[in-house]
Ligand binder design. Structure first.
Ligand SMILES: *Cc1c(COP(=O)(O)O)cnc(C)c1O
Length: 380
C-alpha cells in the first residue's frame, strides 16, 4: 500500500504505537489464569505504565473490564473525565484537601491505616474505600496483627468498606524463602479476614494478587487480580520472561524519525562533550527523541541501540533532552524522515523494554512508566 496516507500518529516527531490485538490477547491469557470468582482489576497508574491511561482503559472497558486501580486521585479523575466507567481504586495516599474529589468523581480510596481511616471519616461524607492490610511489605496498610484497629474501621460510619487487600512483595522468584514468605503473607491476610468475619464484619471484595502473584500463585485466590506489567505484555526482567510459560505480547512500541544526516570525517567528534569520535568516515543521523521523552540518558555512548530498516545501530555520543545521535554508516539508502524504532520490532530484529532495562540497570516497569508526555500515543 505505498500510496496510503500515513496515519496521524506517524506524522509526529516521536510516538508510541499501542497494539490493540496484543492487549486483547494479554487480557484473554490472564483471564484464563484467574481463580474462581476473581476478575481483572488492571493497574493503569503512571499513565498505564507509560502506555497512555485513557487509551488503555477505554479499550479495557470495551473488553468488559469493570475495575481499575491507579496510584493517585488525579489519575482517577483523568479516567473519569474521559468517560471510563466502573470501579476506580486509588492505591496510594490522597491528601485530605482532596477528599471532595473522591465523591465528585466516584473514586474508591485506599484506607492506609487507622489514623487515616479516622481522618477520612471526619470528612463527613460517605466515601467508598478498600482497607489495605500490611502482611509484611511494610509500605501501606494497617498491620494485620492489629485486628482491633481494623475492627474500629468498620465502625466508622462514613466509610463504605467495599474491599480489603494486601500486597505480596516476594512473589516474583521461586526461592524457597520467598515462597515461604508469600504463603505466610497469604495466611496472615486470610486469617485477618476470618477474624473479622467472626466478629460480624464482612467485606464484599478481597484481593492480594498482582502480576507475579497471578502468574506464580493463582491458587491464593481473591476477587480481584490487580494486574499491571503483565497486561502490557512485559515482565520486569528478561529472566522472568524466560521462566514464564504464558505467552504475553508487548503492547507498546516507541518510534521516532531521522531529522537529518551528517557526515563525519575520521577524527571529528559529535554531540555534547565531544564524546563520540569517528574512528573512520562515519554517517550519523539525528533522531527526534531524547531523555525528556523517557529515553534513559545512560544509553548514551553505544550502550543502547535503535533499529532502522531492520538493522540494529548504536546510539552515539550523549543523549540530549530532545534529540539523540546514531551511527548509520551501515544502513544503505538511509534518509531524513526514516523511522527509527526505540522499543519494538523492525524487520526480524526487536528491542524490548527489558533490553533497555538491562542496559540501564533497572526493570522494564521503570523504563515504561517514565515514557514522556510529549510522545503521541495511538492504538492501532
Ligand atoms: C502497582 C501495583 C500493582 C500492579 O503491580 P504489577 O506487578 O505491575 O502487576 C498491584 N498492586 C499494588 C498495590 C500496586 O502498587
Amino acid at each position: 500500500m505505498p500510496n496510503k496516507p500515513a496515519p496521524i500518529f506517524c506524522r509526529s516527531r516521536a510516538w508510541i504505537e499501542l497494539d490493540r490485538d496484543a492487549l486483547r490477547h494479554n487480557v484473554q491469557v490472564l483471564q484464563k489464569l484467574l481463580p474462581n470468582d476473581c476478575e481483572l482489576m488492571p493497574a493503569v497508574k503512571a499513565n498505564a505504565y507509560g502506555h497512555g491511561a485513557v487509551l488503555i482503559s477505554r479499550e479495557l472497558n470495551r473488553l468488559g473490564i469493570k475495575a481499575f486501580c491507579v496510584a493517585t486521585v488525579s489519575e482517577g479523575i483523568e479516567l473519569r473525565e474521559n468517560g471510563i466507567v466502573g470501579e476506580i481504586l486509588i492505591l496510594g495516599y490522597t491528601y485530605p484537601m482532596q477528599f471532595p474529589l473522591l465523591k465528585q468523581y466516584d473514586l474508591t480510596q485506599t484506607v492506609i491505616d487507622l489514623p487515616y481511616a479516622e481522618i477520612l471519616n471526619k470528612y463527613g461524607q460517605k466515601v467508598k474505600v478498600h482497607i489495605a492490610i500490611d502482611t509484611g511489605m511494610h509500605r501501606l496498610g494497617e498491620p494485620c496483627r492489629n485486628i482491633e484497629n481494623i475492627c474500629k474501621m468498620f465502625n466508622l460510619h462514613n466509610l463504605e468498606i467495599e474491599g480489603i487487600y494486601t500486597h505480596l512483595c516476594a512473589d516474583d522468584t521461586n526461592l524457597p524463602q520467598d515462597r515461604a514468605f508469600t504463603m505466610e503473607q497469604s495466611r496472615a491476610f486470610y486469617s485477618t479476614i476470618s477474624q473479622l468475619r467472626e466478629r460480624g464484619f464482612e467485606c464484599p471484595k478481597e484481593h492480594l494478587l498482582a502480576s507475579y502473584g497471578l502468574i506464580n500463585y493463582s491458587e491464593l485466590g481473591g476477587n480481584y487480580a490487580r494486574i499491571g506489567i503483565a497486561l502490557y505484555g512485559v515482565l520486569s526482567t528478561r529472566a522472568d520472561r524466560e521462566r514464564c510459560s504464558i505467552s504475553l505480547r508487548p503492547v507498546l512500541s516507541v518510534k521516532t524519525r531521522i531529522t537529518t544526516l551528517n557526515t563525519l570525517q575520521k577524527g571529528e567528534s559529535a554531540g555534547y562533550g565531544l564524546q563520540f569520535v569517528a574512528d573512520r568516515d562515519t554517517k550519523i543521523a539525528v533522531l527526534a527523541i531524547g531523555y525528556a521523552d523517557g529515553i534513559p540518558r545512560s544509553l548514551s555512548c553505544s550502550v543502547g541501540n535503535v533499529l532502522i530498516k531492520g538493522i540494529k545501530v548504536p546510539i552515539i555520543g550523549r543523549i540530549c533532552m530532545d534529540q539523540m545521535l546514531i551511527d548509520v554508516s551501515n544502513i544503505p539508502n538511509v534518509k531524513a524522515g526514516d523511522v527509527a524504532v526505540i522499543i519494538g520490532q523492525s524487520g526480524d530484529q526487536k528491542i524490548t523494554a527489558c533490553d533497555l532495562a538491562e542496559q540501564t540497570g533497572t526493570i522494564s516497569n521503570e523504563i515504561l512508566s517514565r515514557l514522556g508526555e510529549r510522545l503521541e500515543r495511538q492504538m492501532i
